[in-house]
Ligand binder design. Structure first.
Ligand SMILES: Nc1ncnc2c1ncn2[C@@H]1O[C@H](COP(=O)(O)OP(=O)(O)O)[C@@H](O)[C@H]1O
Ligand SMILES: [Mg+2]
Length: 421
C-alpha cells in the first residue's frame, strides 16, 4: 500500500509517496532535499507533516523492543522531546491506557539529574506514546559498539551516576527491571541518565501473553530471579547494573547462550568468568564490587543503591595511583579526577572529565572541543588584527604629528637671526 505525507519543509510542502513498508523511517524530499520523518506504521494517512497528539515528529532516533523513538517538538511549549511510540502490538485494550497513565505518573514523580524525565503519555490514532526528556548523547550500547571496553575510571564514574539515579527511584519505591547498556544514556558533557525508568513494569503487564524474549530482547543482563519469573525488588536492578558494568569493563556479557533460552539457563546455573581474568587492568576492589552486585542470591548482593554507593566510595578512595597490570601502561596514572565524591550530592561540574579526555572518548565531544579551539583561534586572530590596526593608526598619526611639528620648527629656525660672528 502506498501512503503520502507532505515534506516537512514549510516552504516546500511537496507531497511524498512512500510504500507502507518504510513507515516510521526518514525520507528525503526530491524537491528540496529536506529529510522528513514518515508516520509510524499503523498511523492513519496524514496530509500534514508527521504528527502524533500535539507533537510534530522531527526524525527517528532509534528503535527498541517496545517501538520506535522519535525526536519531536511539543506544540505550544516548543519543547524538544524524545517521543516513544509503542509498537502496534501494544495497542488494544483501552484499560491499558489507564494503567499506563498510573505507571507514567510514578515515573513522572521522579526528578533526578541521572534519570531521563518522563513528561506525558497519550494515545493518538490508536497508538500509545510517551514523551520524555530529549538526551543529546548516546547509549552505552552505542558506546560499546564503538569501543569494546570502557576504561575503569570512566566506568566507575558512570556506575556512581547510575547508582545515584537508582537510589532516587528506590526512595519512591520504583524499580527499573530492564537495566542494560541500551537504557543508560550519556550526554555530550558526560552526564549519565537512566532511560525508561518506571515503564518496564507496565510493558510486562501489558504483554502478559507475549513470550518474554520478544519483550526484553536478549536477556544478557537479566537477574536470575527475574529469569525465573519470581517476585523482584530493587536488588534485580543492582544485579542488572552489575551485569552491564561487567560488560563495560571486560568487553563481554557475563553469560552468552546460542539462544535467549540458553542464556537464561546459564544466568541461573553457571558461574561467570571473573572480571580480572578478562581484564587485569580493573582495580581489584572495583572488580569485587561489580561481582558482588552480580551474586546469584539477592541476599548476597548490595541490598540497596545507597549501600552500593558507600562501597563505590571505598573503591574510589582505594583507587591505585598506577596501572600495574601491563608493562605498556606501567607509568600511566589512573585518573580519578572525573569520579565525583560519592558522599556528596550530585555535583554538576565534578562529574565531568577534562575536555581532553572527552575528546578522545566521543566523536561529538571531539567536534565540540575542535569547535572551541577554532573559536578561540578566531578570537585571537581578530584581537591580533585589531591591535595591529590600532598600532598602525597610532604610528601614522605620530608620523603626521612629527611632520607638522617639524615644519614650523624648520620655518622658525630659518627666521632665526644669524648668530653674531
Ligand atoms: N530520551 C531519549 N533521548 C534521545 N534518544 C533516545 C531517548 N530514548 C531513546 N533514545 C534512542 O532511541 C533508541 C531506542 O530506544 P528504546 O526504544 O528505549 O530501546 P530499548 O528497548 O533498547 O531500550 C535508543 O537506543 C536511543 O538511541
Ligand atoms: Mg530504552
Amino acid at each position: 500500500m502506498t501512503r503520502q505525507v507532505l515534506c516537512s519543509n514549510p516552504s516546500c510542502r511537496q507531497a511524498l509517496s512512500y510504500p507502507e513498508e518504510i513507515a516510521g523511517q526518514n525520507a528525503q524530499c526530491p524537491r528540496c532535499g529536506t529529510v522528513t520523518p514518515l508516520p509510524p506504521p499503523g498511523a492513519s494517512d496524514s496530509s500534514s507533516a508527521a504528527r502524533l497528539g500535539h507533537y510534530s515528529l522531527v526524525r527517528k532516533l532509534g528503535e527498541g523492543s517496545m517501538g520506535q523513538v522519535f525526536e519531536a517538538v511539543q506544540d505550544g511549549l516548543n519543547r524538544r522531546v524524545a517521543l516513544k511510540v509503542l509498537a502496534p502490538r501494544f495497542a488494544g485494550d483501552p484499560l491499558y491506557l489507564k494503567r499506563f497513565q498510573r505507571e507514567a505518573q510514578t515515573a513522572a514523580a521522579l526528578n533526578h539529574r541521572h534519570i531521563i524525565a518522563a513528561y506525558e503519555i497519550g494515545v493518538d490514532q490508536g497508538r500509545y506514546f510517551f514523551s520524555m526528556e530529549y538526551v543529546d548523547g548516546e547509549t552505552l550500547k552505542a558506546r560499546l559498539g564503538r569501543q569494546s571496553r570502557v576504561p575503569p575510571h570512566e566506568a566507575l564514574r558512570y556506575l556512581v551516576q547510575s547508582a545515584r539515579g537508582l537510589a532516587h527511584a528506590w526512595e519512591h519505591q520504583v524499580i527499573h527491571r530492564d537495566i542494560k547498556p541500551a537504557n543508560l544514556m550519556v550526554t555530550w558533557d558526560d552526564t549519565l541518565k537512566i532511560a525508561d525508568l518506571g515503564l518496564a513494569k507496565f510493558i510486562a503487564r501489558m504483554t502478559e501473553s507475549t513470550p518474554t524474549d520478544i519483550i526484553i530482547g536478549t536477556p544478557y543482563y537479566m537477574s536470575p530471579e527475574q529469569a525465573r519469573n519470581e517476585d523482584v525488588d530493587i536488588r534485580t536492578d543492582i544485579y542488572s547494573l552489575g551485569a552491564t558494568f561487567y560488560h563495560l569493563l571486560t568487553g563481554e556479557v557475563p553469560f552468552k547462550g546460542r539462544s535467549p533460552f540458553e542464556t537464561i539457563v546459564k544466568v541461573t546455573t553457571e558461574p561467570f568468568t571473573p572480571i580480572l581474568t578478562l581484564n587485569p587492568q580493573v582495580p581489584k576492589t572495583f572488580a569485587a564490587a561489580v561481582e558482588k552486585m552480580m551474586a546469584r542470591q539477592p541476599s548476597e548482593r548490595f541490598q540497596d543503591p545507597k549501600t552500593l554507593l558507600q562501597e563505590l566510595d571505598r573503591v574510589r578512595a582505594e583507587w591505585p595511583s598506577r596501572v600495574s597490570a601491563s608493562g605498556q601502561a606501567a607509568d600511566a596514572r589512573v585518573d580519578t579526577t572525573g569520579v565525583p565524591p560519592i558522599a556528596a550530592p550530585a555535583a554538576p561540574a565534578a562529574s565531568g572529565p577534562s575536555p581532553g579526555r572527552r575528546a578522545k572518548s566521543h566523536p561529538w565531544r571531539q567536534r565540540a572541543v575542535e569547535r572551541k579551539i577554532l573559536e578561540k583561534r578566531t578570537a585571537l586572530i581578530a584581537i591580533g588584527l585589531l591591535a595591529a590596526f590600532f598600532l598602525l593608526v597610532v604610528l601614522v598619526s605620530a608620523a603626521r604629528g612629527l611632520e607638522s611639528a617639524e615644519i614650523p620648527a624648520l620655518a622658525e629656525r630659518s627666521h632665526f637671526p644669524s648668530p653674531p660672528r
